[in-house]
Design a protein around this ligand. Structure first.
Ligand SMILES: [Zn+2]
Length: 331
């Protein structure tokens, strides 16, 4: 199996992988990158070994592709064992996928390349290597968003679209992929001028992704709490967002209005490109939803909550201790 086909995405991956390998030779010399069709890049130390094992390599591409499709994943990363040797791999679906990073207004290849950079982030960012952990997904997504700015500039809708779309993923499917806050932190650093992302080297980008993941990922209990809160909406989901799902999210938000974590995830969800139209329709036609949204508006103003404020506030002190103390004093 040769390195084919020569489509532009395969070319982009190959060219980009060379640049990545030059910056991280110690991590990537053994790398294998494949699309669902064929291998497209083999790291310099792996070329000889894999060209001796083309049949095993071809079998692996087919099997791994099936595995990713069955999980509904558009990309994956891990280790492949071929003829007594392990290779890190990244595999990507090059078909127009989901709007993870930019909306339909932008070339869909940007989303596929975003998934590529996300998977590379798992290999290159220190905090990205704990597969299956929320902070690792935050690291990979922070890396991918910064790479997007380095590749395409900041005029796409990534900073508005990606945090909202990712909250949608968290509410409806995968809890560890709730990386909206880490993505919003990249936007904040960029927009405030604190970091000139376009000028960072790949190593600096990887280091900053670790810092962001450590500072802006959530504790497991918070990720679980958000996931559990939205389970009634998730129960209605079958691959597409519908009006009843959006209505259910508004209901949940009104019911849990004192929880800033649930509020943030739900508010972002309501801004996602495929939920906004339903929300507008509900705002027009549904009295109950209108009331809930008004209540939420007043409530967040009272609390001073803003989606731009990314620092997590400590929980308010519990008054129960004061009460106990006064009983002691009285006793
Ligand atoms: Zn990932």
């Amino acid at each position: 199996m040769g390195i084919e086909p020569e489509d532009t995405l395969a070319r982009t991956f190959r060219r980009s992988a060379k640049v990545y390998e030059r910056s991280f030779p110690e991590k990537l010399a053994n790398l294998l990158i494949a699309t669902f069709e064929a291998p497209v890049y083999i790291g310099s130390d792996a070329v000889e070994h894999l060209s001796r094992n083309t049949k095993a390599l071809g079998d692996w591409v087919r099997n791994n592709k099936e595995d990713l499709i069955s999980r509904k994943w558009v990309g994956g990363q891990g280790t492949v064992h071929i003829d007594n040797r392990n290779h890190d791999y990244v595999m990507l679906d090059t078909a127009p996928g989901k709007n993870y990073f930019v909306s339909d207004k932008w070339p869909q290849k940007m989303n596929v390349i975003g998934v590529f950079d996300h998977e590379m982030g798992h290999l290159l960012v220190d905090e990205g290597q704990k597969l299956g952990h929320h902070s690792s997904e935050c690291a990979a997504d922070a890396f991918a968003v910064m790479r997007h700015v380095q590749r395409f500039g900041d005029a796409t809708d990534i900073f508005d679209h990606a945090p909202a779309f990712t909250a949608r993923v968290a509410v409806l499917t995968s809890k560890i992929h709730y990386t909206s806050i880490a993505m919003a932190r990249v936007a904040q650093l960029h927009r405030s001028g604190a970091v000139d992302i376009a000028r960072l080297s790949l190593k600096e980008t990887a280091r900053l992704a670790t810092e962001i993941a450590r500072g802006y990922s959530l504790e497991k209990r918070v990720v679980d709490k958000i996931h559990n809160a939205f389970s009634p909406a998730r129960a209605l989901y079958n691959d597409v967002v519908t009006l009843p799902i959006v209505k259910k999210v508004v209901e949940i938000l009104a019911e849990k209005k004192d929880d800033i974590d649930i509020w943030r995830a739900g508010k972002l969800f309501l801004q996602a490109s495929d939920t906004r139209a339903f929300l507008q329709q509900l705002q027009k036609d549904d009295r109950e939803v209108q009331n809930s949204l008004d209540l939420l508006d007043r409530h967040e103003k009272e609390k001073g909550w803003s989606l731009d404020d990314l620092e997590r506030k400590p929980a308010p002190p519990r008054t129960v201790f004061a009460e106990i103390k006064s009983w002691f004093l009285e006793g």
